[in-house]
Write a protein that binds this ligand. Structure first.
Ligand code: FES
Ligand code: FES
Length: 157
């Protein structure tokens, strides 16, 4: 039996009926068509499914959709505003913080949580913030450069 729920995703309120066993990542991708949130492992390891839940980075493969009833979710699609890239998106592009891009939505959302709480993170803060995000391509150095650039971009914004 489906369960009714309401959730605000990227500023838009949705009233949904979901199976109790549906994962949050399935709701985001399959019910709302927001496929920028990726599934890399399904076992809480890779962080490709990271979204913000009331501002906190969570792995959406590890929560049931109904647990987000009444919450505010931000996915990667919520970063761009009025056709303008978010400073974090711009920084990841400018600093070559990605290669295949599979992990990138999750890394950018973990970066957003960090920079919302700490406008001048040091390298240790940045490494800790992305400890739950795995990238198989970049070796992380450019990700860290992108995060640093994002912090500068957001200070100027
Ligand atoms: S798909 Fe969620 S942590 Fe890998
Ligand atoms: S850029 Fe390919 S997995 Fe990170």
């Amino acid at each position: 039996m489906n369960v009714p729920m309401k959730v605000t995703v990227n500023g838009k309120l949705h009233a949904l009926d979901v199976e109790p066993r549906m994962l949050l990542v399935e709701m985001v991708r399959e019910q709302l068509d927001l496929t920028g949130t990726h599934v890399g492992c399904d076992t809480t390891y890779c962080g490709a499914c990271t979204v913000l839940l009331n501002g906190a980075a969570v792995k959406s493969c590890t929560m049931f959709a109904v647990q987000a009833d009444g919450a505010e979710i931000t996915t990667v699609e919520g970063l761009e505003k009025d056709g303008q890239l978010h400073p974090i998106q711009k920084a990841f592009g400018d600093a070559y913080g990605l290669q295949c891009g599979y992990c990138t939505p999750g890394l950018m959302l973990s970066t957003l949580q960090l920079l919302s709480e700490n406008k001048q993170p040091d390298e240790k803060d940045m490494r800790k913030a992305i400890a739950g995000n795995t990238c198989r391509c970049t070796g992380y150095q450019n990700v860290l450069k992108a995060m640093q650039l994002a912090a500068q971009n957001m200070k100027g914004a």
